[in-house]
Design a protein around this ligand. Structure first.
Ligand SMILES: *Cc1c(COP(=O)(O)O)cnc(C)c1O
Length: 392
């Protein structure tokens, strides 16, 4: 493989990051107490439109804490898409619960219609509890993941959750800045619709703090509990009294300083992401057998990632073959995640009618999507894709 000249996704650091981090270093406030942690929480809550935000060391920690404070525990079940980065699935096991894997829709998001089918056909609702008939376990929560920034159909999902007493923990780690344009949640941001929402500021996300995460909610009790558990569950900081098992999950001031600077640029980043999506869509739309996955009609996506669907019979190459060809030209592209219901730790867990996820796994390729991508870069990527098309 030749050197990568156009990476899949690299961070864009061009604002006040140096200045704010220097401020932390100059002031000595480098650890998990400091004005930037508070500022980052306040500003993120304001941006997302929730009352509270609790900064965490990463998105995975935010998801873990979300399950704990929702009361999901030993032998409970949580519905989760098979098509997702594995982190939310692992957090279900961290609390001793079991994932039940769901299929995806044409936006690669959890198929809400099938979730409804699963609940109606495979579960019984007794005394306010949803019981899985096969496992006899209690289904407590759903973790919808807004895949690649594209919002899940929350209108339908929230209705189900209310009816069957399920907690919704939104994995909005990839969708900061995405929002709904119609329906009950018109103008609401992803992450602000369920009981709890989780964000990640890992290096490849739309904004980054190197590593970092945030839990958001409108519920003061949940926020308080999250803050308590992420800071070692201190009941008396002076006497070191701990009445629960806590975690060292709080974000540091240095990382939060970077987050504050990145957040200042977020709106500009989303504009660029959306503009570049349109460019790809226009140019690739002219090649037979290729189609970019657009946003659903009920939402506006941050277009964190750009997903191309390849019909190999028409185009002439599969997603995996095109990935190799692009790599040989110094262009990094990636397939979807290997489906979680087939991963070694989860093979024995229940999955429900997985069909589309299998299909898209063999058809989708993610294309370079960095904020720094130039029009010339995009033309180069498209040029290589064009070169390998069967019909010229
Ligand atoms: C990135 C990501 C996470 C985890 O975030 P980290 O900050 O890396 O722990 C969780 N879920 C999804 C879907 C992600 O893409």
């Amino acid at each position: 493989m030749s050197d990568i000249k156009i990476p899949l996704s690299e961070p864009c650091i061009g604002g006040n990051e140096w200045r704010y981090i220097k401020d932390c270093l100059d002031s000595g406030w480098v650890s998990s107490v400091g004005k930037y942690v508070d500022k980052f929480e306040d500003q993120l809550a304001a941006y997302v439109g929730t009352k509270y935000a609790v900064a965490c060391v990463n998105g995975t920690a935010a998801l873990h804490i979300s399950l704990l404070i929702s009361g999901v525990g030993l032998h409970d079940e949580v519905l989760v898409p098979t098509l997702t980065f594995i982190a939310p699935v692992n957090t279900i096991k961290y609390v001793g619960a079991e994932p039940v894997f769901m299929d995806c829709d044409d936006y690669l998001n959890i198929d809400v219609g099938k979730v409804e089918q699963f609940i109606k056909n495979e579960c019984v609702f007794k005394k306010g509890q949803l019981i899985n008939k096969r496992s006899k376990r209690s289904v407590k929560a759903i973790i919808p993941v807004h895949i690649f920034g594209s919002p899940v159909d929350m209108n339908a999902l929230i209705g189900l959750a209310k009816k069957y007493n399920l907690t919704i923990i939104e994995d909005a780690t990839e969708s900061l800045g995405s929002f709904f344009v119609n329906g009950k949640f018109k103008n609401k941001m992803t992450g602000a619709v369920g009981q709890i929402g989780c964000f990640s500021f890992n290096g490849n996300k739309i904004i980054t703090t190197g590593g970092g995460g945030m839990l958001v909610t409108n519920d003061p009790q949940l926020a308080k509990k999250a803050r308590y558990l992420t800071t070692q569950a201190k009941d008396s900081a002076i006497k070191y009294i701990h009445n629960e098992i806590g975690y060292n999950y709080r974000l540091t001031n240095v990382q939060a300083a970077m987050g504050v600077a990145q957040l200042e640029r977020l709106s500009a980043y989303i504009k660029i992401k959306r503009k570049n999506f349109k460019l790809y869509e226009q140019m690739l739309g002219e090649i037979d057998g290729l189609q970019m996955i657009n946003e659903p009609d009920y939402a506006s996506s941050n277009f964190w990632f750009y997903s191309l669907i390849i019909d190999a019979k028409i185009y002439g190459k599969t997603n995996f073959e095109l990935m190799k060809a692009l790599n040989n030209h110094g262009i990094q592209a990636r397939p979807l995640w290997y489906l979680n219901h087939k991963q070694k730790p989860y093979k024995k867990n229940q999955s429900y009618k997985i069909e589309k996820a299998e299909k898209y796994y063999n058809q989708v390729l993610n294309l370079p999507c960095s904020i720094n991508l130039s029009e010339k870069d995009i033309k180069r990527v498209v040029g290589v894709i064009q070169k390998y098309a069967k019909k010229q």
